[in-house]
Design a protein around this ligand. Structure first.
Ligand code: FES
Ligand code: FES
Length: 159
């Protein structure tokens, strides 16, 4: 048994401790937004945040994650990157997008106005077989601008 926090809620996994986090998320907790791509830590489709740090869930055993906080794409549905990806029509088949969302959210948490080069570097390990990278990069730029605007507006409303 392993207890950890997933998207803000305490969950206990009954899977053997050597089970990969990706399999626990998808098969035990039915959080199927996190995708299986290569299973070899090479494509980024399975990216999640562990204590805010992006990790490839296909390479992490559940037993090593007791007490940690995992955020999946399901926990990022209110993040501006989601609307920005839609606005830029960035997805083609969409298979890579949950990993892209997680990578972009991690970038924007540490860098609120990244350059195009910084975005490309942050997403470099995320493979997109459809070649949609240009639109995805534009979506991350858009999300940064829109997030800054929301924060500016919130600041103006504060007493
Ligand atoms: S499925 Fe984990 S990196 Fe490809
Ligand atoms: S949109 Fe198809 S793999 Fe990226």
């Amino acid at each position: 048994m392993t207890t950890l926090t997933i998207n803000g809620t305490a969950r206990t996994s009954a899977s053997p401790s050597s089970t990969k986090l990706l399999d626990v998320l998808r098969d035990e907790f039915r959080l199927t937004g996190t995708r299986f791509g290569c299973g070899e830590e090479q494509c980024g489709a399975c990216l999640v945040l562990v204590d805010g740090v992006p990790v490839q869930s296909c390479g992490r055993e559940i037993g090593a994650l007791a007490g940690r906080a995992v955020t999946t794409v399901e926990g990022l549905q209110a993040h501006p990157i989601i609307a920005a990806l839609l606005a830029e029509q960035a997805g083609q088949c969409g298979y890579c997008l949950s990993g892209m969302v997680v990578a972009a959210a991690a970038l924007l948490a540490r860098n609120t106005s990244p350059t195009r080069g910084e975005i490309a570097t942050a997403l470099d390990a995320q493979l997109c077989r459809c070649g949609a990278h240009p639109r995805i990069l534009r979506a991350v730029e858009r999300a940064a601008v829109e997030r800054a605007a929301v924060e500016r507006a919130a600041g103006e409303l504060r007493p």
